[in-house]
Write a protein that binds this ligand. Structure first.
Ligand code: SAM
Length: 503
């Protein structure tokens, strides 16, 4: 089997699956529950056609003609069983890359690893949800760069997907996956046939892989659970809040006091776990287990999000077992916006875009859809597109605060500072208690060289936060805000700008 391109499961599937009758509404519901119990995956109505097609492919492969028989097969196989694993392999999202989110690795190499090396003792790193291994090999390279040997440090990569783990173990990657690596990093790859490279033995020595399901109940025990560092990035995003809370508790138990937990850029333990503190290094944020911490310690602070978030992407369930949200046969505007947001957070921008464009056809006069399309375009860096969506909204309603904020940010990123400043002036006229707005206003005005006005904006931001005020507009109030960070950033800008003005 080639570990590249299409997975073994995908390639082995016969093409006659399209002739089968797709699962009906009740069957889809049963399938979703089974998958969720096995993987924690919170799939909603928008992924129904993907689930349906995957099931039909598996049925064709197994020569089954009706879905009832396939469900019976899944049930026979049981949670963790072979057929459920095969189906899960098709549904899991494996997107990853070497040194994904570089600031994390900079923080690791500059602060965390040297700290651990100074302390002495073995360093144990767990990459949970490691996908096809790029994260694990990047960690090995970071250890190597810090002069830490494979005798001192070991990395365990785990994943639920056996297909992904197979690829990780071969350590062979197509050349295109090496894009973005520096010359120095490429030295750790050896040619392995046409268009392929293999990770060098010097790095492979650090790593081992194994299947592990983060949502298994009871939680599968590892031989030694005393981790110095846990990476679990871009995995929790697919889980319900109750599942994330349970996993965070286990991570807390399994980490050394002072140990580090790296989550994905848009994942946060806010209100989900205690006993961790948020720490910043450069542009990265990590959670540290409190030194003397048990889980009754200080509440974990929200991860600052550089981008705009509106609401949680997954349906909130309060049961202790992960289960799927109800099907909504008649989508509502809110449910469509939530689904698009879930896609956006999962990095599936095209799906989010398609969903929003379809929603717009159904509800052509709804401003929230245009705003969501603008935000999505801004996130994708499609600034002109973002500008045109947001301008369209503002032409109809020039004082729509959320659109003013997003349009202001877009114009700022386009370098159109005067226009951006005008948007923020209007926004802050409407919303006096919007600290993030004042902060950006300060940045824009400072770039225009009007230092005194910029200083006033930073002072306003600080004052709003010190007085614990929040914007009246719900979409602005829902934006994640890390007050400590913004305060530090405002103070830093005030000091540097004042000294620049003196010079
Ligand atoms: C998007 S990838 C992230 C890979 C890597 N951590 C990164 O950030 O580049 C998510 C991975 O989580 C794995 N995963 C999903 N549910 C899981 C579970 N219940 N237990 C373990 N791994 C799971 C998926 O198979 C997939 O490989």
């Amino acid at each position: 089997m080639s570990p590249f391109g299409k997975s073994a499961v995908q390639t082995a599937v016969t093409s006659n699956w399209k002739n089968l009758t797709p699962p009906n509404h009740d069957e889809i519901e049963k399938l979703r529950k089974l998958v969720s119990r096995n993987t924690g995956l919170q799939s909603d109505g928008s992924r129904e056609s993907f689930l349906s097609a995957s099931v039909m492919r598996r049925m064709a492969k197994l020569n089954l003609n009706n879905v009832t028989d396939y469900i019976a097969r899944l049930r026979e196989s049981g949670v963790g069983g072979t057929e459920l694993q095969e189906l899960s392999n098709m549904l899991l999202v494996h997107k990853t890359s070497f040194f994904r989110d570089r600031p994390h690795f900079e923080l690791l190499e500059k602060r965390i690893l040297p700290e651990l090396a100074r302390k002495g003792g073995p360093i144990r790193i767990w990459s949970a949800g490691c996908s096809t291994g790029q994260e694990v090999y990047s960690l090995a390279l970071a250890l190597m760069r810090c002069g830490i040997s494979s005798e001192q440090a070991q990395i365990l990569g785990t994943d639920l997907s056996t297909v992904a783990l197979q690829e990780a173990q071969t350590a062979i990657f197509p050349n295109k996956k090496l894009i973005g690596l520096t010359e120095e990093e490429r030295r750790f790859f050896e040619p392995a046939g046409a268009g392929l490279h293999r990770i060098s033995r010097s790095l492979r020595r650090y790593v081992s892989f194994r299947r592990h399901n983060l949502v298994d109940v009871p939680y599968p025990r590892m031989d030694d659970e005393d981790w110095s560092i846990i990476f679990c990035r871009n995995v929790l995003i697919y889980f319900s809040r109750s599942t994330i809370r349970a996993i965070a508790k286990r991570f807390h138990r399994n980490l050394h006091p002072g140990g580090s937990l790296f989550l994905g850029a848009c994942e946060s333990l806010f209100q989900l776990s205690e006993g961790f503190s948020l720490e910043q290094g450069g542009e990265a944020f990590i959670y540290r287990r409190n030194e003397n911490g048990n889980s009754t310690q200080k509440r974990a602070v929200p991860a600052p999000r550089p981008r705009i978030e509106v609401r949680p992407s997954v349906t909130v369930k309060t049961t202790s077992h992960p289960s799927l949200p109800e099907l909504t046969p008649d989508p509502t505007l809110d449910s469509e916006i939530d689904k698009a947001e879930a896609f956006r957070q999962a990095g599936e921008m095209d799906n989010a875009n398609i969903l929003l464009l379809e929603a717009r056809e159904r509800w052509p006069s709804e401003h929230t859809i245009g705003i969501a399309l603008g935000r999505l375009a801004l996130d994708r860096g499609a600034l002109e597109e973002a500008r045109s969506w947001l301008t369209m909204i503002l032409e109809k309603d020039p004082l729509e605060p959320h659109a003013l904020f997003l349009a202001g940010l877009t114009l700022f990123q386009l370098g159109l500072d005067l226009d951006a400043a005008e948007h923020f002036r209007r926004l802050l006229y409407l919303e006096k208690n919007f600290s993030l707005g004042f902060y950006y206003q300060g940045l824009i005005i400072s770039r225009l060289g009007r230092e005194q006005v910029a200083q006033r904006a930073f002072r306003n931001a600080l004052s709003v936060m010190d007085r614990g005020l929040a914007p009246a507009h719900p979409e602005l109030a829902a934006l994640p805000l890390n007050c400590d960070l913004i305060k530090n950033a405002c103070r830093a800008k005030m000091t540097t700008d004042r000294s620049a003005a003196r010079r």
